[in-house]
Ligand binder design. Structure first.
Ligand SMILES: C[S@@+](CC[C@H](N)C(=O)[O-])C[C@H]1O[C@@H](n2cnc3c(N)ncnc32)[C@H](O)[C@@H]1O
Length: 205
């Protein structure tokens, strides 16, 4: 796992620790496939889980695999699962790139809301969405599957536009089929008056 995650452990409450140690049925092993015939969506970096769990409840025709290394957010998602037992929610605590690299099945959608922008040039390599990430996503998405990325970082927007213009295996489309609640980082972006952009990329070939 990349080293920058350790600083995100935050202060864990006794409840957080209890759910982190639980043997919840929602927790997947690396690359494991949830048992379902419904379309699969991978949500990368759901943060504090507050909007993620609402999105899961509001989109019952899809099965979510939520991936988050941040332990407090992950613990909250497990707690939500244990208290509400949604049938369409699975979780992985770790780096999405490591999980996606192990997938032996196809998925329908990937969603990334407000990825860490890493705005400094010297940290650009830490950005989640890279040429390699798009290649991996292309190999695991079904044909016609799509990725949604939302960001308020103008530097990340430029970075994405450059990546998109230098490839031909995804085309930009307008629609992603999920409703979503305003997340914590979305709200921060609105409060700061930032321009928020949404990129939806459909696998073409
Ligand atoms: C800026 S926060 C956005 C959180 C949430 N999506 C929101 O909109 O409020 C970015 C999140 O991505 C997670 N993250 C960063 N790199 C990741 C990776 N390689 N795999 C999975 N999650 C990652 C971080 O831990 C963090 O919670």
């Amino acid at each position: 796992m990349i080293k920058t995650f350790s600083s995100r452990a935050g202060r864990l409450s006794a409840t957080n620790k209890k759910f982190l140690q639980s043997k919840s049925k929602s927790i997947l092993k690396i690359g494991e496939k949830p048992s379902t015939t419904k379309p699969l969506i991978v949500d990368i970096g759901f943060g504090d889980a507050q909007s993620f769990v609402c999105d899961v409840v509001e989109n019952k025709d899809y099965v979510f695999i939520g991936i988050e290394p941040y332990k407090k957010g992950f613990a909250r998602a497990v707690q939500f699962y244990e208290e509400n037992m949604p049938k369409n929610m699975f979780l992985f605590n770790g780096d999405a790139r490591e999980f996606l690299a192990e997938i032996k099945y196809k998925i329908d959608f990937i969603r990334i809301h407000f990825p860490d922008p890493w705005p400094k040039k010297k940290h650009a390599k830490r950005r989640l969405v890279t040429k390699d990430f798009l290649l991996t996503s292309h190999s695991i998405l079904k044909k016609g599957g799509s990725i949604e990325i939302i960001t308020d970082s103008s530097i990340y927007q430029q970075h994405l536009e450059e990546l998109i213009s230098h490839q031909n295996y995804f085309k930009q489309i307008k629609k992603f089929p999920f409703t979503y609640q305003i997340s914590t980082f979305h709200k921060k972006a609105l409060d700061k008056g930032h321009t928020i952009k949404e990129y939806v990329l459909e696998r073409t070939n």
